[in-house]
Design a protein around this ligand. Structure first.
Ligand code: SAM
Length: 324
């Protein structure tokens, strides 16, 4: 929604053409368009399920870092980059990690939704559209900077990290989670493509079409969104190289962890299947199966596979560090 409350429209062909050579414009167009339906699409909520999810991601990397046994928070002033609808910081605030939140995103549509979500939860938040490479805040403004699934969209990641360190107080911490690894992304994309293609074929069988197939107009809109999405995903990360980028930007106490191996082999096909069938046909039983399945596999990934499989094979990388 725009500040006036109007729904953002799908981008015009002219905008799409310009976005092909301008990843930041592509991000604004794509995420403005997605803002109103983003929480539903990604099953984002602000209840205990997502509070635990966000807090577990945060704790996993902070506890594993060399500073894990030092006092960590609660923080007073927290900033989120690429907040989207506020999933990460709003849920971390509800978990008690920070008291005041500033939600920023290059997409004004996302900032509107994030601030609305935060205020509806009774949290102390403000919001501002901002490019992570050029933050509109003075030096030392925040005690904590966080982000989830944002670094891979930023053209110059090292410049964004320099900005993060600039706006942190000395000793302040940053935590970025949910970034795709090179190997994890390679596998997830192939599994998703195969699922999309197979589901479309099966749901268009005459016996299933009426109930299961998504209307053509919706599939066309999905394909248009997918074309734009392909322009906004700029990077995948090797954990060691991501840590080196943070250190080049000036960070200390840098630490990475990776997460989700079999959980991502399950999760990506599940999400793709959900997007490819008619809305409303899957119901609560499916949602429960999908969530519990993902949860059990994540547990196995963390407690079993992480002991024997190289960390760069996992889907997500999280990184934390501090300003000297
Ligand atoms: C994949 S979404 C993640 C949103 C949210 N953090 C979450 O996990 O649900 C990435 C977000 O990063 C934002 N973004 C992309 N490039 C950016 C940039 N250069 N500066 C700030 N935000 C950016 C997008 O607009 C989008 O809302």
């Amino acid at each position: 929604m725009s500040p006036s409350g109007a729904q953002y429209q799908p981008p015009s062909q002219q905008d799409l053409d310009r976005a092909r050579s301008d990843p930041k414009l592509a991000n604004v167009l794509y995420h403005d368009w997605e803002a109103g339906s983003y929480d539903a699409k990604w099953s984002i909520s602000y209840d205990q399920r997502c509070i635990d999810y966000a807090h577990d991601r945060y704790r996993h990397v902070v506890d594993a870092s060399s500073a894990g046994d030092q006092a960590d928070g609660p923080y007073v002033r927290a900033l989120e980059l690429g907040s989207g609808t506020g999933f990460f910081l709003l849920n971390l605030m509800q978990a008690g990690v920070a008291q005041q939140g500033t939600l920023t995103d290059i997409s004004p549509g996302m900032v509107d939704v994030a601030v609305r979500n935060g205020r509806a939860l009774g949290l102390t938040v403000d919001g501002r559209s901002a490019d992570a490479e050029q933050l509109p805040f003075s030096d030392g403004s925040f005690d904590l900077v966080v982000g989830h699934a944002v670094l891979h969209h930023i053209p110059d990641v090292e410049q964004a990290l320099r900005e993060v360190l600039r706006v942190l107080v000395p000793g302040g911490r940053f935590v970025f989670c949910g970034e795709p690894t090179e190997h994890g992304d390679f596998v997830a994309r192939r599994l998703s493509r195969l699922t999309w293609w197979t589901t479309k074929k099966i749901t268009h069988l005459p016996a299933l079409r009426a109930r299961w197939a998504r209307p053509k107009a919706e599939l066309d809109a999905s394909s248009q969104a997918a074309a734009l999405e392909a322009l906004v995903d700029l990077h995948t990360f090797d954990p060691d190289r991501l840590a080196a980028t943070c250190m080049r930007a000036g960070a200390i106490d840098v630490h990475t962890v990776t997460e989700e191996l079999t959980a991502s082999w399950f999760g990506w096909p599940v999400r793709t299947f959900e997007a490819a069938v008619a809305p409303g046909v899957l119901g609560w039983g499916w949602a429960n199966f999908a969530y519990r399945g993902w949860q059990r596999l994540s547990w196995l990934d963390e407690h079993l596979w992480s002991q024997v499989v190289p960390d760069e094979w996992f889907y997500n990388v999280c990184v934390t560090g501090r300003r000297p």
